[in-house]
Design a protein around this ligand. Structure first.
Ligand SMILES: [Ca+2]
Length: 582
């Protein structure tokens, strides 16, 4: 591809966000099917939950879930960072099989996943079997259509789309607001942990009006992910109790204790709703704590971003009154995405055939799961340390093969004899090494069948400059939408076109890299209109994280833009949306 005369043009994309489409209830549910409350925290290390052992942190409310149910000691997150863990949880498949080997970020140049819109989510599956489905809190699987929570199966979404918040009180990320009530942009006031707890309590109170329809509430806190911002009164309590504690550590302790108190408020609302008896409560996290932020993964080695167990082993507990005996414990070595088939089974839905996850239901009455399985982990990441490449880990029986970046040599540990992963046997036990390496390659190949970036127009053979943009739009872009909505999008696209055109002029001229005959170009407006619209239509349709489109064939080759040769870039930036109002 020639880049000799590359032109960067910037366009704003206006998004007609689909109004939330609530899935219809498919009939009243059987009373035996439990409601499901999944509490999912962010970067929450094993050492930050007091039920697992002596800790500086006191988490009585989280501990109570284990006390009233089953404590799991050997569960691991599917990934050592956020998005892949969430993609796996919501699909029951390894994250690289659904397009999310790495973190989906608000900055497209540093985004390493695109959540495959074709794969049904846990919310789809439970919704289809009659559950009301809600996500409160963090999504982190896409910022735009078709990967918003409402479009991926959640009837109710009250939370934020992004990867993290730069502040728990402003809720913004790089100056942008990703807080939403369904598709509506909202600007609530307060600490995010308090807000999500209030919204969850409100949701639970609302469910009392429909006691016969079971619900699935996925309550995904962003705490205790950095920035570590405990409310002042919680920090004061910790300082008073432990005045000599390192200040950074004290902040973490207070932050987790605030989270625990908030979870306590949600559990109290569940009790008050009268629905607790038939509600399964699960508590777990997406990955281990971040060591540079003074988080604690005791007793495991390493932390977030590592394939050592400090990055993977997470707190995990399930309470189900009358069905799981209080105070029980399981040492089953599973992965958090095992919740997918577990919930689907409890909902009485047909099991999925494409899953990598395994239902935990046999464990609930003291049974075992004997099926042997590999536990596979993958993370793709940018920056010089990772270079946009992935690195993997694999556990088979007592053995783990792993590395913590794509360039370091593999390490091999015997987890049974060496649970803290201090004795690397990679050179001493080549037989096991080779066996696990072969199994790992198998998973890498399977993951390779799924793209991890959104498809882009220049990859498509079906787009030709001669094709009518209207036909393209109708054919490629959401053929199921109503005519009224389509017409609305067309108006927005027209506005976008004119705004784009003007911006193209100024940015190109300002760069002075190419001479552009504006008058000549204007004469060819109609050609340009026909040419650019398929790209814009595609952009609007795909919108997900793909805000970067290259239109070489239909722009460079027909002589419209001789100054840019065969390469042409359109970067559609969300921060320009305001320039092109609908
Ligand atoms: Ca995380």
């Amino acid at each position: 591809m020639k880049h000799s005369a590359l032109s960067h043009c910037v366009a704003g994309i206006i998004f007609g966000v689909l109004t939330a489409l609530s899935l219809p209830s498919l009939g009243e549910a059987s009373a035996a099917r439990p409601n499901i409350l999944l509490i999912y925290t962010d970067d929450h290390g094993y050492g930050e939950v007091s039920t697992y052992g002596p800790s500086e942190v006191s988490t009585p409310h989280i501990d109570r879930i284990a006390k009233n149910g089953m404590l799991f000691t050997t569960m691991r997150a599917n990934c050592t960072v956020c998005s892949p863990s969430r993609a796996a949880l919501l699909t029951g498949r390894y994250a690289d099989r659904v397009g999310v080997p790495g973190v989906i970020r608000t900055n497209p140049d540093d985004s390493w996943g695109y959540f495959n819109p074709q794969v049904p989510t846990l919310a789809n599956r439970l919704g289809d079997s009659g559950y009301h489905t809600a996500l409160i809190g963090k999504w982190h699987l896409g910022l735009e259509s078709p990967n918003t929570p409402n479009e991926r199966g959640f009837a109710h979404f009250h939370g934020f789309l992004g990867d993290m918040m730069d502040s728990y009180t402003t809720h913004q990320r790089q100056g942008k607001n990703y807080m939403r009530l369904n598709a509506e942009v909202i600007a609530p006031k307060g600490h995010a942990t308090d807000l999500f707890s209030d919204w969850a309590a409100e949701y639970l109170r609302g469910r009392t009006a429909k006691p016969k329809q079971p619900f699935f509430l996925y309550l995904a806190y962003n705490a205790p992910h950095f920035p570590i911002e405990p409310p002042e009164e919680f920090l004061a309590k910790v300082k008073q109790r432990a005045p000599k504690m390192d200040p950074k550590r004290a902040s973490n302790v207070a932050f987790v204790e605030h989270l625990d108190a908030s979870i306590g408020r949600v559990l109290a609302a569940l009790d008050a709703s009268g629905l607790a008896e038939n509600t399964m409560v699960v508590f777990t996290a997406d990955n281990g704590g971040s060591l540079p932020h003074a988080q604690n993964n005791t007793p495991w080695r390493g932390g977030k971003q590592d394939h050592y167990d400090g990055g993977l082993r997470v707190p995990f507990m399930i309470r189900w009154p009358g069905r799981i005996k209080p105070g029980t414990r399981s040492d089953y070595a599973g992965l958090v995405f095992d919740l997918f088939p577990t919930f689907v089974e409890l909902a009485g839905a047909k099991p999925d055939s494409q899953l990598d996850a395994i239902s935990l239901v046999p464990l609930f009455n003291g049974g075992t799961i004997a099926k042997p399985r590999d536990l596979y982990f993958v993370r793709r990441e940018g920056g010089n340390l990772y270079g946009g490449k992935s690195y993997e880990a694999l556990i088979q029986n007592d053995w783990k093969l792993m590395r913590n970046d794509p360039f370091s040599p593999y390490e091999l540990y015997n987890l049974k004899e060496d649970p803290k992963e201090t004795n690397n046997l990679a050179t001493k036990n080549r037989k096991i090494f080779e066996k696990l390496a072969a199994a790992m390659r198998h998973h890498v190949q399977r993951g390779g069948t799924s793209p991890w970036q959104a498809p882009r127009p220049w990859d498509s053979q079906s787009i030709q400059a001669s094709t009518s943009p209207i036909a393209l739009w109708n054919q490629r872009c959401c053929p199921k939408v109503s005519n009224a909505l389509r017409s609305k999008w067309w108006r927005r696209m027209a506005a976008l076109y004119f705004g784009f055109r003007d911006h193209l002029h100024t940015s190109t001229l300002r760069r002075q890299q190419h001479s552009l005959d504006v008058q000549k170009w204007r004469k060819r407006d109609s050609d340009y209109f026909r040419t650019i619209l398929p790209i814009v239509a595609d952009a609007l349709c795909r919108a997900g994280d793909a805000r970067f489109f290259r239109g070489s064939n239909f722009l460079g080759s027909d002589g419209l833009f001789p100054h840019v040769g065969k390469s042409f870039l359109v970067v559609a930036r969300e921060d320009l949306r305001s320039k092109f109002p609908a």
